[in-house]
Design a protein around this ligand. Structure first.
Ligand code: CP
Length: 309
């Protein structure tokens, strides 16, 4: 397989396992490029990419922009907070105006679930979902799975525990789709109020007790508590959340085997994860960020191939 089976990257749900393996194999090559003194290749010369962010971002925005520049694409950045969206312009009008300036690909983050799917139906450009509401964050899941593969090899039969605010997390949903397609065993853990009822239909196990969930785990992915998506309180207090679901060295020292610790960022230090652990040798959080550039180069490169065909 040398091409993706999809014209856009809207979600991991749409991908086949072979698509994910193709992204990984392509990312391996770009990771090698990123280790060279000259980290740039001409692969996307003459391709113009617009990064359209309707929501805040540090890692994803910078990572896409770097990936695009490493591939020699022309890049324009659009931030909704400084645009005519503030004057009431619709999403389709905004993007069509950008496309009228001959843009080939759009990387978009939006607060509404499904915004990228909607856009893909209405505009003539390749779309990459950089996170849509509480729906999907496909490149985060790809870089997470790639980072596990780098450390542990094959993901098949590895136990991955995803902890925290599963209900509001696009990272959790995309990770579940990716990990299950790659044959991992997935356990979700968090307060019952933050675990959606449908989750078991995705083939994951639910464990409300963190100490139980962590037994024999190969990986633990700690999610941020997404206060901005909560319209009321889902647990009694932050202190109680930390006691039940916060990851600390003391908690890990009770295990026979310490799992790899992951976090998509931004971290609430001292809430989902102690500062000591975030900075420890067990955490691969900055490896995830580093791998994000190679993964996004791979995704853009593979999607652009169908533009040139
Ligand atoms: N992981 C992630 O999506 O981080 P940002 O919100 O900073 O992009």
């Amino acid at each position: 397989m040398s091409q993706l089976s999809v014209p856009h990257l809207l979600g991991i749900k749409d991908l086949k396992e072979e698509d994910i393996q193709l992204v990984f194999d392509t990312a391996d090559q770009f990771k090698e490029v990123l280790g060279r003194p000259i980290k740039k290749v001409p692969s996307l010369r003459d391709i113009t990419i617009a990064n359209i962010f309707f929501e805040n971002s540090t890692r994803t925005k910078l990572s896409f922009e770097l990936a695009e520049k490493r591939l020699s694409a022309d890049v324009v950045n659009f931030s909704a907070s400084q645009s005519s969206v503030k004057k009431g312009e619709t999403l389709v009008d905004t993007v069509n105006n950008i496309l009228a300036m001959k843009v080939d690909m759009v990387v978009m983050r939006h607060h509404q679930a499904g915004a990228c799917v909607f856009l893909a139906k209405h505009i003539n450009a390749r779309i990459v979902n950089a996170g849509d509401g509480a729906h999907e964050h496909p490149t985060q899941a790809l870089l997470d799975a790639y980072s596990i593969r780098e450390r542990l090899g094959d993901l098949a039969n590895k136990k991955v525990v995803i902890v925290g605010d599963i209900l509001h997390s696009r990272v959790a949903l995309s990770n579940i789709f990716a990990l299950k397609k790659l044959g991992a065993e997935v356990v979700v853990c968090g307060p019952k109020s933050l675990i959606p009822r449908y989750i078991q239909t995705l083939g994951v196990e639910v464990e409300l007790n963190l100490d139980q969930a962590l037994r024999n785990a190969d990986v633990v992915n700690m999610l941020r508590v997404q206060n901005e998506r909560m319209d009321y309180s889902y647990f009694p207090s932050t202190r109680e959340y930390v006691m039940q679901y916060g990851l600390t060295m003391e908690r890990l020292n009770r295990l026979d085997r310490i799992p790899l610790i992951m976090h998509p960022g931004p971290i609430n230090r001292g809430v989902e994860l102690s500062s000591e652990l975030a900075d420890s040798k067990h955490a691969i959080i900055l490896d995830q960020v580093e791998n994000g550039v190679a993964i996004r180069m791979a995704v853009l490169y593979l999607l652009a191939a169908s533009l040139k065909a």
